[in-house]
Design a protein around this ligand. Structure first.
Ligand SMILES: [Zn+2]
Ligand SMILES: [Zn+2]
Length: 235
């Protein structure tokens, strides 16, 4: 068994045994709260890995998410594909969906059904006015926020038991074998003296510059998505 597998032994065991509650607890530690979309991320990750790796040992997996939201954290915890280890890719389409792929390109895409939120409010009607005040309008008082968090958390737990096909549209596909790139900071900027990944270096008059010192735009990943940020002037 290689190192990665042993580092994630507890989570791998939960995946294989279908311990969704255990996985949701792990995800909550990263995410900071328990919510229905986090639960869906956990379920999508667990389902995809058990389908793609029926023998058990998960290796070389890539996850491509299509939006930055609660779902993404469930995916990261369960699949082990993170922003830091190169296993996670972000296609900024604003869709709550994930494609989980094996090294040979065999993949599953799970898209949260477009009517998921409406169905949720239909099942738990008392949460809708609270959701509007807390999440959409931001006008809730302390007591309302507290009540909302309790309901939201209980719903997350209950959504674990809801059949997958009520929550997702699932498709199997073949994608070009994904490849995780390492980005070591191997070059030193001639201006600020900071280490920079080679792919982010611009050469001016034969000297290496980081994007900030070169005044060039760069990509900025925020909760809103990925945008191109204008070059910053160095003070
Ligand atoms: Zn959340
Ligand atoms: Zn610099």
């Amino acid at each position: 068994m290689h190192e990665h597998a042993s580092a994630r032994r507890a989570i791998d065991t939960m995946i294989r045994s279908g311990d969704l509650e255990g996985l949701l607890r792990e995800a909550e530690a990263l995410h900071g709260h328990r919510c229905p979309m986090l639960a869906l991320g956990v379920k999508a990750g667990q389902y995809a890995l058990t389908q793609l790796f029926p023998e058990g040992e998960v290796h070389g997996v890539t996850a491509i998410i299509e939006a930055l939201n609660c779902f993404a954290d469930g995916i990261q915890v369960v699949t082990g594909c993170t922003l830091g280890n190169g296993g996670l890719m972000v296609k900024d389409l604003g869709k709550t969906a994930v494609t989980v792929a094996r090294p040979d390109g065999a993949a599953l895409r799970l898209l949260v059904r477009p009517d998921f939120r409406e169905r949720l409010f239909f099942k738990y009607p008392t949460v809708r006015p609270l959701f509007e005040k807390v999440v959409l309008q931001g006008t809730a008082d302390h007591e309302e926020r507290h009540r909302f968090e309790h309901m939201w958390s209980a719903m997350a737990r209950r959504e674990l038991d809801t059949p997958l096909e009520e929550q997702f549209l699932i498709k199997s596909l073949k994608i070009k074998a994904p490849h995780a790139h390492g980005r070591p900071s191997g070059v030193v900027c001639s201006q600020c003296g900071e280490g920079v990944a080679e792919s982010r270096i611009r050469v001016k008059d034969g000297q290496p510059f980081c994007l900030a010192c070169a005044g060039e735009s760069f990509f900025l990943l925020t909760g809103e998505g990925i945008t191109s940020a204008p070059g910053m002037e160095l003070v």
